[in-house]
Design a protein around this ligand. Structure first.
Ligand code: ZN
Length: 127
């Protein structure tokens, strides 16, 4: 991951503290206060301040509007992602977020197919 200079926009190596082009001070990863030189190689898990997407809004919407059972699974994944992030398990948080994203998409596709079948079968006409 490269660091982009706020002054000139040049891409710099992640471990550099000053821009190679204009020598301006570079923003540090995670926007933490200046602790001096931050050794990225010594810490494979830098602290993140931004949680991955949980897609909870989408999965809730799908559960309520489409009655899609898969959407409930997406809620579970989203909650697990938020929980893992809270406990600083960032890898798991990312994985669960990705799982939630896929499940939300599949839930939408399945609900769509289901509704087409319902409409096509004419069940609603008899109601
Ligand atoms: Zn620069």
């Amino acid at each position: 991951m490269k660091i982009f200079c706020e002054e000139c926009g040049a891409a710099n190596r992640p471990e550099s503290t000053r821009c190679s082009l204009c020598n301006a001070k570079l923003p540090q990863y995670g926007s933490t206060p200046d602790y001096g030189k931050f050794d990225f190689s010594a810490d494979p898990k830098p602290v993140k301040d931004k949680a991955p997407m949980t897609y909870l809004g989408w999965s809730l919407l799908e559960t309520l509007c489409c009655c899609s059972p898969l959407a409930i699974l997406a809620i579970v994944f989203g909650a697990q992602s938020a929980y893992a992030f809270k406990h600083k398990d960032y890898d798991k948080a990312e994985r669960k977020s990705e799982a939630a994203r896929k499940t939300v998409l599949w839930a939408l596709v399945l609900a769509f197919i289901l509704w087409i079948i319902i409409f096509a079968s004419g069940v609603l006409d008899k109601v």
